[in-house]
Ligand binder design. Structure first.
Ligand code: GRF
Length: 205
């Protein structure tokens, strides 16, 4: 199986995924790193790891449709089987999502359905919840909404600061995202409606 990771920024999750591919925990080929921002640090990480990169910027296109069509063409050319969003901040249309049905994974830095959107960590902190955590889910046509693959929660410390919460959330992301990708690659995720069952043995094809 070949996959692409979509990024917009720092790429610490991308790094965890690169490491998991290298160590053999994820048995798939990371064939492409796509960014909607040319300056994303994640692109440097990809290049250093010898992974092909592509960055296409929405404002260079007349319409969202022509932008997304170009992305899809590149993915098909590379023979990409599934996609992993890792800090990818652009919302793509249902047209794009439908080209990879149940084939796009995302990481979100809160316990969904709480604190959807771009400021999941800050919103968790400000709200004063006693637990925080991370969600890995399939992407569907609504933002931060698709069927949940894995979640991990932890207790918010009395002395927690926004900075410490960020650090703890990223650490959990880097642990559970590669695991979720490996479960997907190994055919151990069975989706029924909103429910994702983690199978002991791979699903029969
Ligand atoms: C992560 O917290 C992820 O959950 C969110 O954006 C952040 C990306 O971090 N969607 P990085 O680029 O992987 O370091």
């Amino acid at each position: 199986m070949k996959f692409a990771v979509f990024v917009s920024g720092n790429g610490s999750n991308l790094q965890a995924i690169i490491d998991a591919v290298k160590s053999g925990d994820i048995k798939a080929e990371l064939a492409l790193v796509f960014s909607d921002r040319r300056t994303a640090y994640a692109l440097k990480r990809a290049t250093e790891a010898g992974i092909k990169t592509l960055s296409l910027v929405r404002k260079d296109y007349a319409t969202p449709q022509s932008y997304e069509r170009d992305i899809v063409i590149s993915l098909k050319e590379e023979g990409i089987d599934f996609i992993v969003f890792a800090g990818f901040m652009k919302v793509l249309s249902p047209f794009f999502i439908k080209t990879y049905p149940n084939g796009i994974l995302n990481v979100h830095p809160s316990l969904l359905p709480a604190f959807k959107g771009a400021r999941g960590i800050k919103d968790t902190f400000t709200y004063g919840t006693k637990v925080a955590g991370v969600t890995i889910h399939f992407v569907d046509d609504k933002m931060d909404h698709g069927p949940i693959i894995l979640q991990q929660a932890f207790r918010v410390d009395k002395k927690e600061t926004l900075k410490s919460l960020e650090t703890r959330i990223h650490k959990v992301e880097h642990q559970i995202y590669p695991k979720a990708i490996a479960l997907f690659v190994d055919g151990r995720l069975k989706i029924t409606g909103r429910k994702v069952q983690v199978l002991d043995k791979p699903r029969k094809k």
